[in-house]
Design a protein around this ligand. Structure first.
Ligand code: ATP
Ligand code: MG
Ligand code: MG
Length: 676
């Protein structure tokens, strides 16, 4: 059995063809400020920048060439069309800080994006059935929210971020850069609706927002903390490669098992084996040996490359012959003198994972669910859950079939079928559709609570995501302005057990099906809104809650109330307005959460139908309030209880979860479109 050598090539083959050079050239520009340095006083990134400029600074700074407003290559800006601005070419100049920009006007308004903020909330039709006390609470919360908003010194997102933007001459920015095509038109429309201008110059350092499919080291080196927004955390591979996630979960399990020995930490926590299928690394000799030994032909295993996506390089293992072939192949790679000398040339490391043979089927078809983990802010952490959609195969599920398209539910696999164009709408279901189907087909026979999808299942996904986030929380590289949207794939088996299959960086944001057209723009725009709002609030030391731009994402983790921040390992250069001496107690946050029901409290089911007796709304409300670990609606992790050894280690910033050398290479080689 071959190991699909065609899928094992060094990567780049995943890159989006329209932009590869843009990213590549970004590597070799030689005019970047030193790592982590906040630039001098001119802040051409208005809004963010002017606030940054207000912070105390010393002496004379040199503006990088790209930061000087460009007179050349300017185009008249309108909001209707994308403008491509080239930011290069001006000589550097020395600049002495003198003038403090004016304070921004206080103005209250929600960020308005045409076709988004006014659109019907998904699941809103069922909101009519909300219990009276809930509606009352909502009304009260609305009033409180108004008052709360009026009290905030600066609550207008427009005012916060676009301070002065509207008065800018065409061509002077603020600029945004998009690397690749994934979600590009949605991101572009969003930014243009704010009056920002698109640049095609990947080396432009003068941007307000940069959203690239492929991470480049230079983007992180030249990043200006507190002045810019940059998509993707630099080391998100800790979650988004198969080996990264596996290693993180294992390490977290070890930490938790130690913590469980402490009498004060008996809280219920998830066990990895309860939600993550048994997995072995093939790049570690002992592990693969363990797998080869335990394998028997009653089982099916799935073999996946660590950093590929779209089902590339995946195959099933069912027989001893296939195991023997795998064994021989892995051994030959390890023994190959070329790969020994140049390990980065070797095929990607792989994992084998126990195949869930009894998936829940929808009209006989296998499916998985794509949900989102949003790290809107990294300093402090503001982490959210978002619903996505269900992805079905075109063909009926047959565990014995050798046709992978019935086993791999991702869209990329389905697109290979000649029937796809005809039947594509049937391959993507909304969560409402899934909920209705499960209510109709399984509620009685399986004794499920009503709206299982929006109650039990949603809560379980949130628990799992929170668990995974906590596993890497202290190891992610964080700066104010980094944000990330991670696609999480869940499989439900016929016993309604929920399995996390993987997490994906740069999740697919295509809108080639009707359901995707409904879901994806909202996800992207709320991601950007929340990233902007949380970044701005962090910069101004404002309290995070209520979040004006929160609509369907649900707060999972609020680092504002838990973490010591700015944390070690990031944000050292960022000066903020003084923080209050103590973090606000949880209950205060809780009351502010409750006082703004729209903003925070009822969003497990932003797309949730009528709360059922089986899973009362109250439990959702409660579950979303940050507990002492900052995790809402999830587990309480003993390791995060204040005072525990793990807690102090956590906040102090542990050394990176050092993935093996070969894994570092995987990152550079890995796919652009993750999670098709
Ligand atoms: N352990 C498993 N048991 C059953 N099915 C699985 C398992 N792992 C993966 N699959 C199926 O294979 C598909 C692809 O797997 P996975 O998502 O891990 O790979 P990928 O190449 O990263 O895909 P993508 O990023 O496009 O979702 C899944 O969508 C799911 O349908
Ligand atoms: Mg997947
Ligand atoms: Mg994937």
């Amino acid at each position: 059995m071959a190991l699909h050598p065609q899928t094992e090539k060094p990567h780049g083959h995943h890159r989006d063809e329209s932009e590869p050079q843009a990213e590549a050239t970004a590597q070799d520009t030689g005019r970047r400020p030193s790592l982590g340095r906040v630039g001098p006083d001119v802040c051409p990134i208005r809004g963010l920048g002017s606030q940054a400029a207000r912070r105390p600074r010393r002496g004379v700074g040199t503006t990088s060439p790209s930061r000087v407003p460009r007179s050349g290559a300017l185009m008249p800006a309108t909001r209707s069309r994308t403008r491509f601005i080239h930011c290069r070419g001006q000589p550097p100049r020395t600049h002495v800080s003198s003038k403090r920009p004016k304070r921004s006007r206080i103005r209250r308004c929600h960020t308005r994006v045409p076709g988004w903020t006014h659109e019907k909330r998904m699941g809103s039709s069922v909101e009519e059935g909300l219990r009276p006390e809930l509606s009352r609470l909502d009304q009260d919360a609305d009033l409180l929210e108004e008052e709360e908003a009026a009290r905030l010194p600066m609550t207008s997102l427009e005012g916060l971020f676009l301070e002065g933007d509207k008065q800018l001459s065409p061509g002077q920015g603020p600029f945004f850069y998009i690397g690749g095509t994934n979600g590009a038109s949605i991101i572009s429309n969003y930014c243009e609706s704010k009056g920002w201008q698109r640049t095609q110059d990947s080396r432009c350092e003068d941007y307000k927002l940069k959203w690239c499919e492929i991470k480049s080291r230079d983007n992180y080196c030249s990043f200006r903390e507190g002045q810019q927004l940059l998509f993707q955390l630099p080391n998100n591979k800790l979650l988004t490669t198969k080996i990264g996630l596996l290693s993180a979960l294992r390490e977290h399990a070890r930490t938790l098992s130690k913590a469980r020995l402490l009498p004060s930490t008996q809280a219920k926590v998830l066990k990895m084996e309860e939600f993550f299928p048994e997995t072995y690394r093939l790049d570690i000799r002992d592990e693969r040996q363990a797998f080869f030994t335990l394998f028997d032909e009653t089982q099916i295993w799935i073999c996946k490359p660590t950093a590929s996506n779209q089902g590339k390089g995946i195959f099933l293992i069912r027989s001893h012959e296939e195991v023997a072939a795998l064994q021989a192949k892995t051994q030959s790679i390890e023994d190959d003198p070329i790969y020994r000398k140049m390990p980065f040339r070797a095929p990607q490391a792989r994992v084998v994972q126990r195949y869930i043979q009894n998936p829940l089927l929808l009209d006989g078809k296998k499916f998985d669910v794509r949900s989102y983990l949003l790290i809107a802010c990294a300093v402090p952490y503001m982490v959210f859950f978002g619903h996505g959609y269900a992805r079905l195969t075109l063909s009926l599920y047959d565990p014995h079939s050798s046709d992978l398209s019935g086993h791999l539910t991702n869209q990329f696999m389905q697109k290979k079928s000649p029937l796809y164009m005809l039947l594509k709408e049937s391959t993507v279901w909304s969560m409402e559709h899934l909920n209705r189907y499960i209510n109709d087909k399984f509620r009685k026979t399986k004794g499920l609570p009503r709206d299982w999808v929006f109650t039990t299942f949603t809560k379980r996904m949130q628990q799992i995501m929170a668990h995974c986030f906590l596993a890497v929380k202290s190891k992610l590289e964080c700066k104010l302005g980094y944000f990330d949207l991670i696609g999480c794939d869940f499989l439900i088996d016929e016993n309604f057990k929920v399995w996390l299959l993987e997490m994906n960086s740069n999740p697919a944001l295509h809108t080639n099906c009707e359901v995707l057209k409904e879901v994806i723009p909202g996800v992207v725009m709320e991601t950007l809104d929340l990233a902007l709002e949380t970044c701005q609030k962090s910069l101004h030391s404002q309290k995070m809650l209520p979040l004006l731009s929160q609509r369907r994402f649900v707060l999972l983790y609020n680092g504002e109330t838990t973490d010591l921040w700015p944390r070690m390992g990031g944000s050292r250069t960022l000066t903020r307005l003084p923080l209050p001496p103590h973090p606000r107690p949880t209950c205060e946050v809780a009351s502010s959460v409750l006082s703004s029901a729209r903003a925070t409290a009822d969003r497990t089911g932003a797309r949730k139908p009528v709360p059922s007796r089986d899973a009362p709304t109250g439990s959702f409300r409660k579950s979303r309030l940050p507990d002492s670990s900052g995790v809402s609606g999830a587990e309480s992790e003993p390791s995060l209880c204040s005072g525990s050894p793990e807690s102090s280690r956590d906040t102090a910033g542990e050394p990176s979860l050092g993935p093996p050398e070969e894994e570092r290479e995987e990152e550079q080689r890995s796919a652009s479109h993750r999670g098709s």
